[in-house]
Design a protein around this ligand. Structure first.
Ligand SMILES: CC(C)(COP(=O)(O)OP(=O)(O)OC[C@H]1O[C@@H](n2cnc3c(N)ncnc32)[C@H](O)[C@@H]1OP(=O)(O)O)[C@@H](O)C(=O)NCCC(=O)NCCS
Length: 165
């Protein structure tokens, strides 16, 4: 299955919402609205498979040196085909080009997936306070099962060949 990773365009918003919605309902990722996505559309990448959007990822910018991976999801039914890895590593590659040594982190219920990509667990306290603003509205805020991980690199570099098989 060949996936083409490209920046999202306004016509992708409905497809992005459709991919995110079931996972948001399950509480795996943060809910997004069309307006919210439109506002930060330039932070979204999509994976296109056979002409349709099969996955997406975005990031939140906390300044030059701190970026959070958000809204990573692959359409239900086509998981475990490297699309998630390809999206995440493309995003990481472009964030690394945009700033010298940015700290790239994720808060997730799927730590195993991110470990395989070169992330390592980080104590939540090691991340700055400003990242917790979304937690105020979360129903799980007093009992958060998310794991914080920081990108340490796949042998130091993003290796797209290794994962696009
Ligand atoms: C997590 C997600 C993006 C992974 O995408 P994917 O395309 O299925 O993953 P890949 O095929 O690239 O998987 C790469 C490796 O990670 C493993 N993996 C995939 N999902 C995993 C998970 N949830 N937990 C542990 N390992 C996982 C795969 O088995 C594969 O391992 P291998 O290299 O030993 O074969 C996808 O399952 C998804 O959309 N999940 C729901 C939303 C979500 O939880 N997003 C993350 C929130 S930040």
């Amino acid at each position: 299955m060949h996936a083409k990773i490209r920046p999202a365009v306004p016509d992708d918003i409905d497809a992005i919402l459709a991919i995110l919605k079931p996972y948001a309902r399950e509480g795996l990722i943060l809910e997004r609205t069309a307006d919210d996505i439109r506002e930060v559309l330039s932070s979204f990448l999509v994976a296109e498979v056979a002409g349709s959007v099969a996955g997406t990822v975005s990031y939140h910018d906390y300044g030059r040196h701190l970026k959070e991976i958000r809204s990573l999801a692959v359409r239900k039914g086509i998981s475990r085909r490297r699309i998630g890895s390809l999206l995440a590593l493309n995003l990481i590659g472009s964030l690394q080009k945009s700033a010298a040594n940015p700290k790239i982190f994720v808060l997730t219920y799927s730590p195993g997936f991110f470990r395989k990509l070169g992330f390592v667990e980080a104590p939540k306290e090691s991340l700055p306070e400003k990242i917790w603003k979304d937690c105020d509205h979360c129903k799980n805020r007093d009992n958060c099962g998310e794991t914080a991980l920081v990108y340490r690199g796949l042998l130091g570099e993003v290796n797209y060949e290794k994962i696009n098989r």
